[in-house]
Each structure stands twice: as C-alpha cells, then as structure tokens.
Design a protein around this ligand. Structure first.
Ligand code: LLP
Length: 447
C-alpha cells in the first residue's frame, strides 16, 4: 500500500479525520461525514451518492473571510464547481456572491434568492441573449474576454437603455503549473485579453457610452498548489492597473479569479488566508490597498467537502490487473478519465479482509472508465467505498453516458441529512426524446 494512502491499515478505534477532509472521519470502523455514517446514507438513498458537508464548506469560506478581514472584498463562489441549489444556498447565506459562466447558472443563483449585484459573469462566449438576461437581472460585473465581446455588450446594453458594468479579463501569460487542460493564463489559452492589448482595450471600453469600466480581472488556472504563479500574476495585473489608471481610467476593484488547489493526494496547497496575506502585501505595497478585492474560488470551497459513495459490484481477478467494479463510473466521476486525476478511494466500513491491489473501474463500456488505478483495498462485493475530494467538478461534469441516471446528492449539517437532488430516473432522461413517425422509422434506404 503506498505510504501516502489514506486507507486505514486496520479498523480505527478513534475518530480520525481523513487528510484534507476535516469533516470526514472514521469512528471505529465506520466512515462518517460530520455526524452521519456513510453506510446509513448508502442504504437509505442508494448509490452512487454524493455527500457534502456543510461545515466543511463554511470552514473553507472562513479561510478566505479571515484573509480579507477588514478589507472591502467579495467572495464570488465559482459555481461551475458544484451548482446544486442546496450548495448555492450555503454560500449565499455565508455572504458569498457567484461567478457565473452562463444564463443557466444565473437562473440557479436567482432560484436560491442570491443577490444579482454580487454576481460576476465570466466566459469567452457570452451570447447577446445571455447578456440581456444578466443586464435585466442587474448583475454586478461582466468580465469581458475579447474586444468583440465588448462591442456586442455595449450594443446590447444600449438597446436595453442601461449601462453595463465591466472588467477586462487579462491574460497575464503566467504558467499556473497545473494540468494543461485547466491552465488558463497563458497566451496559448483562449481566455482573457493579452497583456500588450489591455490598455488599448480599456481605452476603447471607456469610450463606449453604454459601458462603465469598474474593474480588472484575471484567472490563471485551477488546482494551483504553489503561491508563485499567483504572486507573479498579481505583479503583472498591478502593472496594468497602474497603466490603466495613468491613462485616466479609474478602477474600483481587482478580481483575482479562483484556482486555489485542494489536497487530492497529499498535495499541500497554501491556505487561502496565508496566500492572501502575501497577495495583499503586494497590493498594499503598490498603493492599491483601498481597492475592493474580489475572488472566484470554486474547488477550494467545495472540493474536499464532498465524497461519492459507491457500491462494489464485483471483484474480478485478472492476469495483469485485478479489477474492483463499482457502481459509480466515468459519467459520475469524469476527472480521472479526463485529466488522469487522482481521487483517494477508501472503504466506508473497514473489514478484516485481505488487501488486494485493484484498478477501480465503473460499468461504462470504455477502457477509459476508471476511477482509480493500483489501489490497495480490502473489499468484497456488496461493500461500499467512498471516493474522496468529490465535491467539485464531479456532479457538475457528470453526464448520462450509457443512459445512466445522474446520482443523488445529500447535504449533511451535523446529524441532519438534506436530500438536495433526487436520483435521476430513466423517465427523466427520456423526457426530451421524440419518436419519429412510424412510416419514417419503418422505411428503408431504397424507398
Ligand atoms: N473563475 C474562472 C473564470 C474560471 O474559469 C474558474 C474555473 C474559476 C473561477 C474557479 O476555479 P477553481 O477555484 O475551481 O479552480 N474541470 C476542471 C476544472 C476546470 C476549472 C475551470 N475554471 C477539473 O475538474 O479540474
């Protein structure tokens, strides 16, 4: 068994939080989220089941709030990480705004009574219809990602007779040193406006009557576990703040995006408050300490608040590999197949069984349908396992591939369980399909 593995070697006799998961712990042999045993949840709600800890989310928000104590600031939860309404409610009640990337996400914010003024709208492909929706709702800021988008937004706002608040998203050309698919701050990426063009585009924005320039924005990537790329990006952003303000365009806020990593496999990302202590020192030293600071964290607020519980369907010994086949698959947990991402997998109840090294896979008909490779587990068919760090970018990226229904989700608050999303049925999936008329389906190519 790898030494970094959080799999307990033997049943634990005292509560022990799992690494990176302050509210997920073994009590004797049973794994709990807060005060609820995962085996009880699996029996009641079935599997696969996403289980989220409210306390863990609030704990994560608190680290940012500590970092910004005494400052004008706004935490806009990057809701693409997990947009379930029950999750949004937790963050809205904690005072957060939201970073959205579509009209659909805006509808979700409004559905939980979120404050539109605390919403920022990011993304390279906002449609005029989405802009109208957001302007009518009165969102706080559009993070504009191209000159063409600026012109369309100006036209849409003028048609509505309103002024659109804008920030320019700058691409600082800083390597976030993360997986290439989740790196966004390099000139090779589609995001943001190149450093060299930023001043000219601010001047253009300031000349458009239906726009009000209010800030500057930057997001360099995701699952960043080192302070250096952030510190470098902040230097580049502050250079631009100086240049834009020297040209007579005042900026009220600096939005520094999201991206802070979590612990998946013994990673040790900086804590939000420690990181921000360093970033704020830079901002203060450059004379911008009175500007409002905005952030868009997603993963670092929910990633380690969630686990996915699955049932072991079969164990299948093989010549080269042993397989542990579980009822969660790449459609539920797409990160391993998409990014070769690591999620720890642990038993929901530790049994005195022989430990075997397995590839943990799902039922989907693809060799790429794996959840974990070479994992030492003492499990048998009928046992439950928990896939850890599953609060972010799992349910939100899930699909119906193989006509598999999406999993159910529960939110734990102490010993109280809230079902926040029911398991998707086949009827839910068939609802939008339409049969073709009989003569079409019975015809053949010769007719
Ligand atoms: N703001 C913007 C403009 C973003 O593009 C993102 C994430 C965030 C904020 C939130 O970033 P976070 O704090 O969660 O790192 N599916 C990938 C992650 C994609 C991130 C996309 N953008 C994964 O599973 O690793």
């Amino acid at each position: 068994m790898p030494s970094s593995s959080p799999i307990p070697a033997s049943p634990l006799t005292t509560p022990a939080a799992l690494p990176g998961h302050p509210f997920v712990a073994y009590r004797e042999a049973a794994l709990y989220v807060e005060d609820v045993a995962l085996s009880d949840l699996a029996s009641t709600y079935g599997t696969p089941l996403f289980v989220y800890s409210k306390a863990a989310m609030l704990h994560a928000v608190a680290a940012y709030q500590r970092g910004f104590a005494g400052r004008d600031s706004q935490i806009c939860y990057g809701m693409k990480a997990n947009p379930s309404l029950g999750v949004l409610q937790v963050f809205a009640n904690a005072g957060c705004g939201f970073d959205i990337v579509s009209s659909g996400e805006l509808e979700r914010v409004l559905a939980v009574g979120g404050d539109a003024k605390k919403v920022v709208f990011s993304g390279v492909g906002k449609t005029p219809a989405e802009m109208r929706h957001a302007l009518r709702a009165g969102i706080g800021c559009f993070n504009v990602e191209s000159e063409a988008e600026l012109d369309v937004l100006s036209r849409v706002a003028s048609e509505l007779g309103v002024t659109a608040p804008v920030s320019i998203r700058v691409n600082p050309n800083v390597d976030a040193k993360t997986h290439p698919y989740i790196s966004t701050g390099l000139t090779a990426n589609k995001f943001g406006i190149a450093h060299k063009d930023v001043l000219r585009i601010y001047q253009h924005a300031a000349s458009l009557k239906s726009l009000q320039v209010i800030g500057i924005d930057c997001h360099i990537g995701s699952q960043i576990t080192d302070c250096t790329p952030y510190l470098d990006a902040m230097d580049r952003v502050l250079d631009l703040v100086d240049a834009v303000e020297a040209a007579g365009i005042a900026l009220q806020h600096i939005d520094f995006g999201g991206g802070l990593g979590i612990s998946y496999q013994g990673d040790t990302p900086p804590q939000a408050d420690d990181l921000w202590q360093q970033l704020l020192a830079k901002i203060d030293a450059r004379g911008h300490g009175r500007k409002k600071i905005m952030v868009e964290p997603g993963r670092s607020l929910v990633g380690n608040a969630g686990v996915c519980v699955a049932e072991v369907l079969y164990t299948k010994p093989g010549e080269e590999k042993n397989f542990c086949i579980i009822d969660a698959a790449m459609n539920d947990l797409p990160r391993p197949s998409l990014y070769q991402a690591f999620h720890a997998i642990v038993p929901v109840v530790t049994h005195d069984r022989t430990t075997v090294v397995y590839d943990v896979v799902g039922p989907v008909c693809e060799s790429g349908d794996w959840i974990g490779r070479d994992r030492a587990l003492g499990v048998a068919a009928g046992d439950f396992v928990a896939v850890l760090s599953a609060g972010a970018y799992c349910m939100s990226m899930s699909s119906n591939y193989n006509t598999r229904g999406r999993a159910a989700e529960v939110l734990i608050d102490g010993s109280t369980v809230h079902l926040i999303r029911s398991r998707e049925t086949v009827q839910d999936q068939l609802r939008l399909d339409r049969l073709v008329p009989a003569q079409v389906s019975q015809g053949n190519a010769m007719n």
